[in-house]
Design a protein around this ligand. Sequence first.
Ligand code: ZN
Length: 217
Amino acid sequence: MESKLSIKDRVTNLFINAEPFENAEFDSLAERMFVRKQLREKGRYVFSKGIWLNAKAKDDYVEFSRELYDNLTSAERLALVAHEFGHIRERHMCLIVKRLVIPSSVLSLPFLIIGLSCGWVAAFTTFLISVVVIAFGFAHILNLEYLELEADMISAYYVDPKYLESALWKIKQLRLCSKEPIEAYVAGLLSPRTHPAVERRVLCLRLLGVTESKTSS
Ligand SMILES: [Zn+2]
């Protein structure tokens, strides 16, 4: 089969060990949410071994952990992908790069230069640590968790929020039983300001549900 993936996309897929898959239900939801044009023609959805038991929106495709995907019902998958489409539609990745990645990389450049006296590996490691620490600080100051809540709200508009709620509980449960507790711990440590606690997201979803039933009755 002729693949239309660009070289950049092929390299990315190789890097994250991605396995593309098709899903017609996701496609029709993407049409309804007006994000179909923002998604790539091929490899719009991929299973990736490089991510922690979750789903992630990239510029023009969505990554899923295979384990998570297999543990969700089709309605839960749809609610989760609607959340990811929400990120894509609102261009959250672009915002994160502009507000977190670029400023923290620029501010970390002195560490790269100082580290060079100890060699490339040391310089690059110090640079990366500095980027993560500064980005964490920025995430705290900017309080970017609203991006997650915004994507949740968009999802709730298209798919019954009860399915996103059950998907979120499953993600939490799977993480707790994960074989990589240290990775999960580090990820949890780094993301409090970018990923609000499941309990908080569920509360918001329930409030949306209450508002919906009040206005429709
Ligand atoms: Zn998200």
